[in-house]
Design a protein around this ligand. Sequence first.
Ligand SMILES: [Zn+2]
Ligand SMILES: [Zn+2]
Ligand SMILES: [Zn+2]
Length: 269
Amino acid sequence: MDNNARKTIALCPVCGTGHVIEKEQVYACTNRSCGFHIHKEIKRTPISAETARKIIKERKSDVMRFTNASNNPFYARIIRIGAKVCIDFDNEYLKGRCPVCGGRIQVTQKGYNCENRLERKRNGERCPFHLNRWLNNREITKEEVERFLSGEKDILDNFISTAGNEFSGCLELSETGYVRTSSVVSVCPKCGNVLLVGPKGFNCSKFKEEGCTMKIPRRIAGHNITIEDVRQLCERDDHTTEPVAIRQANGKVIKRRLTFDENYETITI
Ligand SMILES: [Zn+2]
Ligand SMILES: [Zn+2]
Ligand SMILES: [Zn+2]
């Protein structure tokens, strides 16, 4: 093969004079005395020219899927320290622990996995816990997963249903150990059906069919209504929240309780 026809990946990061070109089994420096190279297959995972370029220029690849000796998949980056190219086993883990087994939660290319999901534990069981990075066309951030792992129930917006409708919801652990979205946040105090969170407010699930008029806005006087506020308004006997920070007309922030009227349509401060 003509040398010029070979694909040049990048200038060699080690000797600085040779070029790294694609060969049959390696990407290697053209300077024979240099010896810098990257294998085209690492742990049975092919390394593309693009990935090789990234390893050369940015010193690390994206997180990739590999297979270990016992045939279990794992996720890691390839890193370059000078002329040395190797798998970086220093994986990234989130704050917080797996709600199913207590293991660490590893950040992967596709999302978030319990470390015991990929590797069998001694008793042979794998943990089912995982969370896709993309749920209903919305990216779930590390911070959001960490909040979920800490037990907080936050409202997440901008999900898109398969029918193309925007919706809001919370992260919820399924019976089988993965995380999904759910818009159910409480019980309607007026008719007893489920209460759903939406982009603009909290509505009764029988809002359309049976015309249940119960409603709670998402925001009152500068305060974002939380799931906990909704539960207190709907499920407490006095339908009143703990004091929340609200903004008065003059801009001053004060603490006040929110109370539902007897029709469950308006909230007084
Ligand atoms: Zn070189
Ligand atoms: Zn687990
Ligand atoms: Zn209702």
